[in-house]
Design a protein around this ligand. Structure first.
Ligand SMILES: Cc1cc2nc3c(=O)[nH]c(=O)nc-3n(C[C@H](O)[C@H](O)[C@H](O)COP(=O)(O)OP(=O)(O)OC[C@H]3O[C@@H](n4cnc5c(N)ncnc54)[C@H](O)[C@@H]3O)c2cc1C
Ligand code: SF4
Length: 664
């Protein structure tokens, strides 16, 4: 069936970026159709909560359809019971698939085989991509953490200032043009923040703290209380690292510090994967506002699969397939037609859609791809985790997952030589770092030592790590002794996460798999992902060193585990996914494992030059001027701030450009 309805704008994707554009255009009286591949936004979140309660692994994706685990019985080859993406209509990449990255019947992405004959330090090694996303009404903010930081002016001039990465188009002027939209974005999300603390940071990084609203401007809500762990680090007042100050800043965050239309945060540390009471903002809030304009229609379970061009190289329609059941057959098809088109399907699915649209004469490399840049420069914040036990209880597992960070190392002359990073202070104990509270419990019940608390482990400083030296190694405890031991451990757990900026690398890219398809017959993403320079690896060494210094300053014992050398050859289940090594100037070889931050960036970048970018600074395709793209795929570099406040600001800005075009 072909749909001939006329809209002003068709948007692909109902995450925060698509929802903001739809809302702004709907407010201005424009007729908007959103094609959303996933299921509808549920009337309440109890169904997702139910799925989450039953999930064995509480991963970011665990509450949401399609099921991430248990869909098939576990087996030796598939211990997690991961469903086969070939049988799903809207497969997406999940963190459980990272360990199954070389298993084509369990992992949505298709990866190149590992390069032969390399060692752990090789810059040619292929890795698994470590970050995931959602495909459902409201998109990935269902399971985001809510950290709402701005990027800084220096982030937009990496090439000019440090000879690394790329400059954003327009340099200083572009950053200044974004400032009002940062403020609008913070208002839309309802960010809770501490103005005085942010102003200190802004002054360090050349941001005029007054913005467009002047000195009267403040965050929409007062800041969320800091935790005892935050206060522990905040007590360090005299520390510098490589000449830069080290201080703690309360994190501006998209969660209610007081009630309004939504409830106040209750501090139960469940923000990833789901906030049970929607104290945390997610894009369903903006989506509902968009629908309330009466100008925005959302069609769920509509999978965009092809972009049509007319003979003037303008987009003239987006083809879609529909389905009733997540694993059923396609039940319909059609073409959505409008004046303008916006792709907001995030940084893996957007380039996939552009590359799949390869039947238009003269655009056999895909739509908007005359520069051959679509899908390239895939980036993430590669994360280093450090963990330890505080001297005294600081009571983690309470409050939002993170309430403060160390932001003061996000820029400096060192950026010529190695990546900058921000440090997130995690309130979830060793949940992420060591799968706690389960690991420690199992160790003391069954006499194991996976947590390094109950054996003969030593840390990087050579210190004995047995939690209670009075007890023999591999103790099996019960009763009061077990309870006291667990209480002693859980109440002291510290975790630091370093969000290390990754340089754009054209070979890190999303392509179409030539062999693997999903249930609708659409090609699956083929992902090449490397850490192909020492720039990021040196930042891992720095993060390791700084963790040790910070823990020493607060009198904590470090438990960060050596992940071992990578395994690059063998059976698929033996290959490590994100382990690498780095040999420093002193000849010391360090073992690292990187984690994903969930920040999927690049793949359809903006630029000043049509030959090296996909979009101009208006987020408009160089090749087809009625086509726009929004989301973190437009970022030329990843910088060190979490991306979504910038995604939102850019989406507001793009909506203004689209309106200008529609009205001209
Ligand atoms: C665990 C985790 C924690 C995070 N925490 C933070 C944080 O604290 N701060 C921060 O700034 N960022 C955070 N992020 C990142 C943040 O979630 C994303 O940057 C943001 O949600 C992306 O929004 P988007 O609108 O671009 O894409 P999405 O929200 O992913 O929306 C894309 C939409 O497109 C739809 N779609 C896909 N393919 C098609 C198709 N073919 N046809 C039709 N529709 C399609 C999808 O179903 C989806 O609804 C986190 C991410 C993760 C994974
Ligand atoms: S701490 Fe709890 S209530 Fe607060 S945002 Fe996170 S999940 Fe929601």
């Amino acid at each position: 069936m072909t749909n001939t309805s006329k809209y002003d704008v068709v948007i692909v994707g109902s995450g925060i970026s698509g929802a903001i554009v739809a809302y702004q255009l709907g407010l201005a009286g424009k007729k908007v159709l959103i094609l959303e591949s996933g299921p509808t936004v549920p009337a309440d979140r109890s169904g997702y909560m139910e799925t989450f309660y039953k999930a064995n692994a509480k991963t970011p994706e665990s509450p949401y359809p399609p099921a991430t685990q248990g869909a098939v019985p576990s087996s030796a080859n598939n211990p997690l019971g991961l469903p086969n993406p070939a049988g799903e209509n809207i497969p997406r990449y999940t963190v459980l698939q990272v360990g199954a990255w070389q298993k084509k019947d369990q992992c949505y992405f298709d990866y190149p085989s590992q390069v032969e004959g390399i060692d752990g330090t090789s810059l040619n090694a292929n890795f698994a991509f470590a970050s995931s996303y959602e495909r459902l009404g409201g998109g990935t903010t269902w399971h985001w953490l809510g950290t709402c930081l701005r990027l800084f002016p220096e982030d937009f001039k990496m090439k000019t200032l440090y000879g690394q990465g790329e400059d954003w188009p327009g340099g200083d002027a572009f950053y200044q043009s974004l400032v009002p939209f940062y403020e609008t974005a913070a208002k839309e999300i309802g960010v809770s923040g501490d103005k005085a603390a942010m102003e200190k940071l802004y002054r360090q990084f050349y941001v005029n703290p007054e913005g467009i609203y002047g000195s009267d401007y403040n965050f929409p809500m007062p800041g969320i209380d800091q935790t005892l762990q935050d206060e522990l680090y905040a007590g360090i007042t005299d520390m510098t690292y490589e000449g830069n100050p080290v201080y703690v800043t309360p994190t501006p965050q998209g969660r209610n510090s007081r009630p309004d239309e939504r409830r106040q945060c209750a501090g139960n540390t469940n923000c990833i994967p789901i906030c049970p009471i929607q104290a945390k903002y997610d894009a369903t809030v903006t989506l509902a506002r968009a629908e309330q304009t009466d100008n925005v229609e959302i069609r769920y379970q509509h999978v965009a699969c092809n972009i049509r061009l007319d003979d003037k190289q303008q987009v003239c329609g987006i083809d879609y397939l529909t389905y009733d059941q997540p694993n059923g057959i396609a039940t319909g098809s059609g073409t959505a037609v409008a004046e303008r088109y916006v792709l907001a399907a995030h940084a893996i699915e957007t380039p996939k859609l552009l590359l799949m649209s390869n039947k238009n004469p003269g655009f056999e490399n895909g739509v908007a791809n005359s520069s051959d840049q679509v899908g390239r420069n895939l980036m993430d914040h590669v994360m280093y985790l450090g963990w330890g036990l505080a001297k005294d209880p600081i009571f983690p597992y309470r409050g939002p997952l993170s309430t403060s960070g160390i932001e003061s190392l996000r820029d400096g002359a060192f950026r010529k030589d190695r990546s900058a990073y921000r440090i997130e202070i995690g309130n979830e104990g060793w949940q992420w770092a060591a799968d706690d509270p389960g690991t420690t419990l199992a160790d003391f019940v069954f006499g194991q030592n996976n947590s390094q608390l109950n054996g003969n482990s030593k840390n990087q400083q050579g210190e004995e790590l047995r939690f209670n030296p009075q007890l023999p190694a591999f103790s099996k405890l019960f009763g009061k002794q077990l309870v006291n031991t667990l209480n002693g451990v859980y109440t002291r757990q510290l975790r630091l996460g370093y969000l290390i900026e990754q340089l754009p690398d054209p070979e890190n890219r999303v392509q179409l798999s030539t062999t693997l398809k999903d249930n609708l017959g659409l090609p699956r993403p083929h992902v090449t992902y490397r850490l192909a320079s020492d720039y990021e690896r040196k930042a891992f060494v720095s993060a390791k060193e700084l963790t040790t210094e910070l823990f020493a300053k607060v009198g904590a014992t470090e438990y960060t585990k050596d992940p071992g050398a990578p395994v690059f050859s063998g059976k698929p289940e033996e290959l490590t996914a994100t382990n690498f090594q780095y040999k420093d100037d002193k000849g010391v070889t360090h073992n690292f494992r990187f984690y994903g931050a969930g920040h999927i960036v690049g793949t359809y970048r903006m630029g000043d030059n049509k030959a090296t970018s996909v979009l101009n600074s208006r987020q408009q395709s160089w090749d087809h001027d009625n086509l726009y793209m929004v989301g973190s795929g437009v970022f030329p570099t990843i910088a060190t701030g979490n991306p979504t406040l910038t995604i939102a600001a850019l989406a507001f800005q793009a909506a203004g450009h689209i309106l200008e075009d529609l009205n001209s």
